[in-house]
Design a protein around this ligand. Structure first.
Ligand code: FAD
Ligand code: NAD
Length: 479
């Protein structure tokens, strides 16, 4: 039996990063991964690389270019006629991007001497010396045998899977989840999405840009609840204008499909409604993936929602067993999973691994992008904290004028007494990149005055951040 210092179960952005950091710290590591895609070998990178962040961003990028050529290039004097999208080529490019990145992780594992154990992992026992035994059972290829390996420390990083709802059962044909929606081989004429969350808006944007008529059915009466209200209101208007038909306060009660169409039946304030579409995407959240771990048998405690219960250090109820990423509480984001992986590896190696959960950025990759860190204005109001606001619209930013992407704004919320930055919210071009400055500022407990006194290159979109910081003290220059 092979013995390791650490066995990581799951090779997503939580697990693979944890494994690499453990190896960097001199620990012997194996990573168990059940996903088998290429020649019976596990596809590393988890949801994020295979069916999440990367493929969705590849499609968003391709369709953004297409939309630019169709709608905006002429403004720059570029006349393109007959532009068309080769969907199969776009999907093939996305698959190639995924392949290159997953192979890159396999290379990093080789470089760091990390063993990959292919199959479904679960803790079966603890031996007399306190080491855990992990059984790795074949997940897909029949010719593999069940093996057992042991380790003193276990890191569980088994991630999440799409949540299901009874009225819309995924059949992977007409009714799909996010994975199916990344692989359509033709543009649906009419597309319905259940859930106006991050996936609904990103994948809705992809297919809407290619000409699909997109209807998004959202159960809640509010749009993008976790986003600052001023920005979510603006985003709703912009996305609706782009063609996303977002219907709030709807309750899907049933679906039916044949080889021609899907019928979606729902209720709204006016009663029972019915629409007929080519494809239906179910994007109503994700659920922790503990299936196969046999949590009960090994004594792992799950919370009432099925997440593995951990403390602030990602320690489970079992000694030396940690859990990270989507399978534990907190935002389901790749960078959160990776940071927990690094922190746990460092703790195992006797170092003070640390995560600042207050400064995890969020990005929604619509166009304009939506990005934020820290508290929203509505959360500050609820908590009674007094604050000042600084805003700056991209329409007054010279670089945005030059590129033509003038929608949106930067909004900074700072403590009224200390001026410490409490939240930064961006709706605009490249918000995903601009938010990094705000995260760094908050990590260093910066005040809005610190950003106001930082020199930003001209002309750049980052000057909108500078001006919003100046505006906290009512001294923005260009507005
Ligand atoms: P996962 O990535 O889910 O990886 C878990 C791995 O464990 C999987 O490979 C699985 O096969 C394996 N596994 C499970 N059980 C076992 C077992 N018993 N034995 C062996 N292996 C097992 N996040 C962002 O931050 N930015 C984005 O832009 C973004 N876009 C997304 C787009 C989509 C369409 C989706 C679906 C998600 C997106 N996410 C994004 C979320 C992100 O993918 C997840 O937060 C992230 O992948 C979680 O990482 P993880 O390591 O915890 O789990
Ligand atoms: P989500 O939680 O963002 O949105 C789900 C939406 O579905 C919510 O608005 C919810 O109210 C709605 N909903 C739930 N049940 C419903 C029902 N029966 N009928 C109608 N609406 C219903 O979840 P998601 O969009 O599925 O994405 C899952 C997670 O994946 C995200 O929360 C995020 O953590 C991660 N993700 C991140 C990114 C990113 O960082 N850019 C992109 C995609 C996914």
């Amino acid at each position: 039996m092979q013995n390791y210092d650490v066995i990581v179960i799951g090779a997503g952005p939580g697990g693979y990063v944890a494994a690499i950091r453990c190896a960097q710290l001199g620990l012997s590591v194996a990573c168990v991964e059940s996903w088998s895609k290429e020649n019976g070998k596990p596809a590393l990178g988890g949801t994020c690389l295979n069916v999440g962040c990367i493929p969705s961003k590849a499609l968003l990028e391709s369709t953004h270019h297409y939309s630019y050529i169709k709608n905006d290039a002429a403004d720059h004097g570029i006349n393109v006629s007959g532009a068309s999208m080769d969907v199969n080529k776009m999907i093939a490019r996305k698959d190639k991007t995924v392949h290159i990145l997953t192979q890159g992780i396999a290379g990093l594992f080789r470089k760091n001497n990390i063993d990959v154990l292919h199959g479904r992992g679960r803790i079966t026992a603890q031996d007399n010396s306190g080491r855990y035994l992990v059984e790795v059972a074949p997940s897909s290829t029949a010719d593999e045998e069940t093996i057992t390996a042991s380790a003193k420390h276990i890191i569980i990083a088994t991630g999440s899977e799409p949540s299901k709802i009874p009225p819309a059962k995924v059949d992977n044909d007409r009714i799909v989840d996010s994975t199916g929606a990344l692989a359509f081989n033709e543009i649906p004429r009419k597309l319905c999405i259940i859930g106006a969350g991050v996936i609904g808006l990103e994948l809705g944007s992809v297919w809407n840009r290619l000409g699909s008529e997109v209807i998004i059915l959202e159960a809640l009466d509010t749009f993008l609840g976790p986003v600052d209200n001023q920005l979510s209101d603006e985003a709703y208007k912009i996305l609706s204008k782009q063609g996303l038909d977002i219907r709030l306060g709807t309750k899907v009660t049933g679906t039916g499909s044949n080889n021609q169409e899907v019928i979606v039946i729902y209720e709204d304030s006016e009663g029972k409604q019915q629409i007929s579409v080519d494809k239906l995407i179910v994007a109503v959240g994700r659920s922790p993936n503990t299936e196969g771990l046999d949590a009960e048998a090994c004594g792992l405690t799950l919370d009432e929602r099925g997440f593995i219960e951990v403390d602030g250090q990602c320690q489970t109820n079992l000694p030396n067993v940690y859990a990270i990423g989507d399978v534990v509480r907190g935002p389901m984001l790749a960078h959160k999973a990776s940071e927990e992986g690094v922190a746990v590896a460092e703790r195992i190696a006797g170092q003070p691994g640390h995560i600042n959960y207050q400064t995890i950025p969020w990005v929604i990759y619509t166009w304009p992008e939506i990005a934020w860190v820290g508290m929203t204005e509505q959360a500050l109001e609820e908590s009674g904290i007094e604050y000042n606001i600084g805003t700056f619209p991209f329409v007054a930013n010279s670089r945005a004028r030059a590129t033509g992407d003038t929608t949106g704004m930067v909004k900074i919320l700072a403590d009224r007494q200390s001026d410490k930055i409490l939240g930064v919210h961006i709706l605009g071009p490249n918000a995903s990149e601009l938010i990094a400055e705000a995260v760094l500022a908050m990590e260093f407990d910066a005040s809005s005055e610190d950003i106001a006194r930082t020199i930003h290159g001209h002309p750049s979109l980052s000057e909108a951040m500078h001006e919003a910081a100046l505006d906290v003290d009512n001294r923005a220059i260009h507005i």
